[in-house]
Design a binder for this molecule. Structure first.
Ligand SMILES: CC(C)=CCC/C(C)=C/CC/C(C)=C/CC/C(C)=C/[C@@H]1[C@@H](COP(=O)(O)OP(=O)(O)O)[C@]1(C)CC/C=C(\C)CC/C=C(\C)CCC=C(C)C
Ligand SMILES: [Mn+2]
Length: 378
């Protein structure tokens, strides 16, 4: 079955050291009513297939960006250049290391990634920014209509115009963008996750989607023998790994907002309750629970690693850099003796600097010399 690269890894599989199971059982899960339903992983895989097919086609209609009248300043090209430059500035301000990494990419790809970054940042700001307390599902519905408009070459503002141009040049599907908005909706109404299947879906919505949005722009190396689907799966895995890491780093901070992004069934299995999280005491039960969660996040990073080498040469460095930097947050949680209640795990400047040449070295490995790849076409 094509759907074998990515598996929902249950805590039992992890603690038993089994890693990925070899049956197809993970495509089905039981919901809270005890009914057997399609797993989140299976649902997400359908989006992966759709995006991969779009990339294979590479057939995009020529869309001329039609800018709203109130935005017209002499010459559309000039406006677009300004719009992209502004995206670059936002990116440099919020994610310096990542911005530096994009400078190695071709100018067209670099500015497209900035435009995607800015849209993601703005979407997250809706629920996490200064005006977050005023955000309603209706506001998110309006944001989604605006997204549809920009995909139809009717951008609402300058930053939308940059993304509108990007999606007309690269085979980017709208679904991952809609799904990210869905993740923000989920954040408005949900503060507990029954099991890993539910958490996986949330992580896909808010972070796995970023991988699916980015790969069509970053490009797969022409010499890559990997299947398109497998590269998309790896991209998805990187988003999931990053978000799981985010969650593990921010347990205390989230709890102070009344939120627990941890599988309730696994907490119970470890003998822990919501109260334990709110009390924020590092106990052996907590350490053991955290060890399992960290192990799972590392498995997703491992899965992502297999795909980075398949990306086009110039795109590998920023991705390796982000993977190595983010993964180190897990090491820091361990170094803090699993106190993620009151200590924020962060990677020091020195470690960050050291990661950059390391990432560069890894980015020089091309798919051809990557003979161990398990992503090869058969
Ligand atoms: C084959 C292969 C491995 C390809 C690489 C694919 C790829 C580029 C994957 C990117 C994965 C990635 C960086 C995911 C972002 C995960 C993330 C941190 C999501 C955050 C969501 C919400 O988190 P939360 O609110 O809990 O946390 P904060 O306190 O707010 O941080 C996000 C904030 C969603 C918004 C995401 C962004 C702003 C980042 C968007 C990034 C890009 C478009 C660029 C990605 C490119 C590179 C090179 C990393
Ligand atoms: Mn956020």
């Amino acid at each position: 079955m094509a759907f074998s690269l990515l598996r929902v890894v249950s805590s039992i599989e992890i603690s038993a050291g089994l890693g990925f199971a070899d049956s197809d059982s993970s495509s089905l899960v039981a919901n809270t009513a005890g009914e057997v339903v399609m797993s989140s992983e299976q649902k997400v895989y359908d989006v992966v297939l759709k995006q991969a097919a779009l990339v294979k086609d590479q057939k995009r209609s020529e869309i001329v960006v039609d800018v709203k009248p109130d935005m017209v300043i002499p010459g559309t090209m000039y406006l677009l250049k300004e719009a992209y430059d502004r995206c670059g500035e936002v990116c440099a301000e919020y994610a310096k290391t990542f911005y530096l990494g994009t400078l190695l990419m071709t100018p067209e790809r670099r500015r497209a990634i900035w435009a995607i970054y800015v849209w993601c940042r703005r979407t997250d700001e809706l629920v996490d920014g200064h005006n977050a307390s005023h955000i309603t599902p209706t506001a998110l519905d309006r944001w989604e209509l605006r997204l549809e408009d920009l995909f139809a070459a009717r951008p609402y503002d300058m930053l939308d115009a940059a993304l509108s141009d990007t999606v007309s040049r690269f085979p980017v599907d709208i679904q991952p963008f809609k799904d990210m908005i869905e993740g923000m909706r989920m954040d408005l109404k949900k503060s507990r996750y029954e099991n890993f299947d539910e958490l996986y879906l949330y992580c896909y919505y808010v972070a796995g989607t970023v991988g699916l949005m980015s790969v069509p722009v970053m490009g797969i190396a022409p010499e890559s023998k990997a299947t398109t689907e497998s590269v998309y799966n790896a991209a998805l895995a990187l988003g999931i790994a990053n978000q799981l890491t985010n969650i593990l780093r921010d347990v205390g901070e989230d709890a102070r907002r009344g939120r627990i992004y941890l599988p309730q069934d696994e907490l119970a299995e470890a003998g822990l309750s919501d109260e334990d999280i709110f009390n924020g005491k590092v106990t052996d039960k907590w350490r053991n629970f955290m060890k399992i969660q960290i192990k799972r996040a590392r498995m997703f990073f491992k899965q992502a690693e297999q795909g980075v080498t398949e990306l086009s040469q110039a795109s590998r460095w920023p991705v390796w850099a982000s993977l190595l930097l983010y993964r180190q947050i897990l090491d820091e949680i361990e170094a803090n003796d699993y106190n993620n209640f009151t200590k924020r795990a962060y990677v020091s400047k020195a470690k960050k600097l050291l990661s950059l040449p390391m990432a560069y070295g890894k980015s020089l490995i091309s798919p051809l010399s990557h003979t161990q790849s398990s992503l090869l076409r058969v």
